[in-house]
Design a protein around this ligand. Structure first.
Ligand SMILES: C[S@@+](CC[C@H](N)C(=O)[O-])C[C@H]1O[C@@H](n2cnc3c(N)ncnc32)[C@H](O)[C@@H]1O
Length: 260
């Protein structure tokens, strides 16, 4: 009955690395269609080309990099734990220009100006505080060459846990979904909890902490680090019927690196 209560967001991914399906590393459990959709949005905007060195900081299941590897010069995925790095390396052995490096967003083990296309999606909200976010922005800027493009996506502009007072209790979590009309979520949560009781499948209870910041303040910090705002849009995801919907609590940003 592996019910695992984690203390930090990084610890969550260490455990996700041992799940049967590598897609769990995207943090979207079984919703592979959402990851495919998000990857498509990034690919549409970033316009990857044959001369690009692409770095994906917090690359999740590595699917974005694997998808574009044969269209670009090199692809590098950054993940914070040994467990994720090992899982990704063994899963994508066949792709010659794909490399994985273990490091954190606020201390990326890449040379200055290594990338001309840098992606960092769904990571800022997992960082612990403003100081770590500031260091991460500085690192994203440092590794991107002048004139290069950065996608910084799924930045939370409100705390999505606000008002959700179920803490680490599974019962309270299921009850919360039930009384808020999320019957499918409640059913899926119950199945997942029961599976972890009667099979070897882990049930990972995440810390209910996320970093959120006003969009304008986030842009200000990026500008201070030599980035110029190109586009700022509400994050799009897809609903159960496959139709794109705006997730108003998160924003996607595209920046150009202008100076060091
Ligand atoms: C929500 S997933 C997003 C994955 C992928 N970017 C996507 O959008 O599908 C978060 C990713 O950030 C990574 N991550 C979490 N904390 C991090 C940190 N401090 N530094 C770098 N990566 C981190 C996780 O390991 C995971 O790969």
């Amino acid at each position: 009955m592996p019910i695992i209560k984690t203390q930090t967001n990084i610890e969550v991914y260490k455990y996700l690395a041992r799940q049967k399906d590598i897609h769990f590393l995207s943090g979207r459990s079984k919703n592979k269609n959402v990851t495919e959709f998000v990857n498509r949005c990034i690919i549409d905007k970033m316009k990857f080309g044959a001369d690009d060195n692409v770095v994906d900081v917090g690359c999740g299941d590595g699917s974005l990099l694997a998808q574009i590897a044969n269209q670009v010069k090199s692809v590098t995925g950054i993940v914070p734990t040994d467990e994720e790095e090992e899982r990704l390396i063994s899963s994508y052995k066949g792709i010659a220009n794909l490399l994985f490096i273990k490091s954190r967003a606020d201390s990326i083990k890449c040379l200055n100006s290594f990338a001309n296309k840098t992606v960092c999606n769904g990571v800022m909200l997992l960082l612990t505080d403003l100081n770590e976010v500031k260091r991460a922005i500085s690192e994203l800027s440092r590794i991107t060459q002048s004139g290069g493009t950065l996608w910084i996506g799924e930045v939370a502009i409100v705390d999505e846990y606000s008002g959700k007072n179920y803490g680490k209790s599974i019962i309270k979590w299921l009850w919360y979904m039930l009384i808020n009309g999320d019957f499918l979520g409640c059913y899926n949560g119950l199945v997942k909890a029961l599976k972890s009781k009667f099979t070897s499948q882990d049930f990972i209870i995440q810390p209910k902490k996320m970093f959120s910041i006003e969009a304008d303040r986030f842009v200000e910090l990026c500008i201070l680090n030599g980035l110029e705002l190109i586009e700022m849009k509400t994050h799009l995801t897809i609903g159960i019927n496959g139709i794109p919907i705006e997730l108003k609590s998160r924003m996607n940003f595209i920046f150009k690196k202008v100076k060091s």
